[in-house]
Design a binder for this molecule. Sequence first.
Ligand code: MIC
Ligand code: SF4
Length: 654
Amino acid sequence: MGYTLAEKILKEHHIAGDFVKGHEIGIKIDQTLTQDATGTMVYLQFEAMEIPRVKTELSVSYVDHNTQQLDFRNMDDHKFLQSAAAKYGLYFSRPGNGICHQVHLERFGIPGKTLLGSDSHTPTGGGLGMLAIGAGGLDVAVAMAGEPFYLTYPRIIGVKLTGSLPSYCNGKDVILTLLQKETVKGGVGKIYEYFGPGVSTLSVPQRATITNMGAELGATTSLFPSDQRTQEFLELQGRGESWRPLNADPEAQYDRVVEIDLSSVEPMIAQPHMPDKVVKVSEIAGTPVDQVAIGSCTNSSIDDLGIAAEILRGKTIAPGVSLGISPGSKQVLNAAMGAGIIQELVDAGARILESACGPCIGMGFAPSSGAVSLRTFNRNFKGRSGTADANVYLVSPEVAAVSALRGVITDPRELGDLQRQDYRSYIKLNDNMIISPLPEEEAQKTELYRGPNIQAVPAGRTLPDSLQAQVLLKTGDNITTDDIMPAGAKILPLRSNIPEISKYVFSAVDGDFYQRAMSVENGLIVGGENYGQGSSREHAAIAPMYLGVRVVCAKSFARIHKANLVNFGILPLFFITPEDYELLDQGAEVEFPGLRSTLEAAAAGGPRELEARFTAGDGQRRTIRLGFELDGRDIEILIAGGKLAHTKARAGSN
Ligand code: MIC
Ligand code: SF4
């Protein structure tokens, strides 16, 4: 029997648990990455673990999210992160050096290694043949401490690629096609592994676009083989020695195979407000466009900017359109300057933004009221752009550029065959914005810099045996972490200050949530399917915990958010009978008798379900059964009141 590539890498890194599909396994993490919006919590938590230096092969702290410094707060966080990198032995990628995933691909990613990142788009590294997984910050801190990362052994979906992409298509159209088939919850508990003759026709940046946006499937990660194209990419980065060939065995068994003939892929577009609301561009062509943004960790490589320049050369964007470009990294920006791409884009009317996340996370370049904004990004959740009623569409750089030109959504096939240039000779290596780890002795003398906005991580409460909690909010399906804990230029500077950021929990969904949560001792949220999809931000768990939320009852959960809930002592329960969701309304007082003893019994092999009693909307007293997919370790963490408390208690008892 042969192995898939994902299985091979998992097997090589497997250090705990039974290596059986569906079981929990612990894997060794070789590399970690953090970004500034999640990073401050990561290093505060790492500090609390009292470990003098990271134990991974390589760890990098990036600053790319909160780069609009409207006051002291973001810059204070950057300084804190720089001091933490110096103290704990990490590389530090300074603001301006680029988006974490793009820079990591260029400068650090290694085929066959494992990477854990406190950002949900960490799977970008899968484009290089890395097993790259997004996780909550605390899980990343624990991995930096040399502990295993635990995950449920995923199902492996093979994506067989045949043919080659037409000139007007991009890796983006491939992943949008897959999102249309599989939906935003189709990938939960799965790894998407690409194979077949079509693979070699895709460059590493195109592969990275595909693995990056695999996050929108809810997948654990996505993975490409490491082949000659990978070798060429690494050699261009002066890192040829990091290359090794990696492939699935010919007789590898996938749990399911999806086939995509690249030659038949068409230009695709995700409509507001979900990445899986995908249709062909031709179906909605002609819709007027107000704004176009090219960039983000999905589509900001030199080839992405290059093709936009190719389309816009010598022309001017439509009068009603504002075009913003954020190059993925300093390397991309430099190459784009060298190749004249920036000149051409500026000549055509583009506004050059910083090499950072920028508009993708609502850090500037917000669209006008009710605007149609076409973005080469990966998420179009309502309000994420910074404008509550904007309509954001997700597209390739080809569609973005031609639509900017015409002022309406346009199918790039109108332009006929597109000519692509080879920009390789413009790539110059310059790591002067990456600060290397300090030698151990010097590192230990470094003091952490802490600005006044940086507050300690609040502690969770231990789980009582019986709990009564009030339903604070009932949501529908596919609630995102942006709904739970919004981002944007106003709220992001509060990421290091939980008491302050907590005031914005669910603020875009229900303006009274904060007040209501503050008025009860224990809160409960009712959710639909795929609760907590999207970002890895643990603030979507820490802040509700701070507001007293003890339990979330949902039809199903997104992977990273569920792990974050457990890490911060919030119990994730699912409706065994999905119709019971209808019974549990906002305001209900729910009793959980024998909560802790039921969990303890489950850890010892007992049934993984418990009872909840409440008065339903019809005035009837009801008892329903709720399930939990938690293993013994999760249960210990929940009982202790969260992973930090659990880790401390364990350290104390050793
Ligand atoms: C995002 O794209 O939503 C973010 C901002 O990069 C997040 C991380 C965060 O919230 O800080 C993610 O994807 O994990
Ligand atoms: Fe940054 Fe957007 Fe990528 Fe998140 S999705 S890492 S905000 S560019």
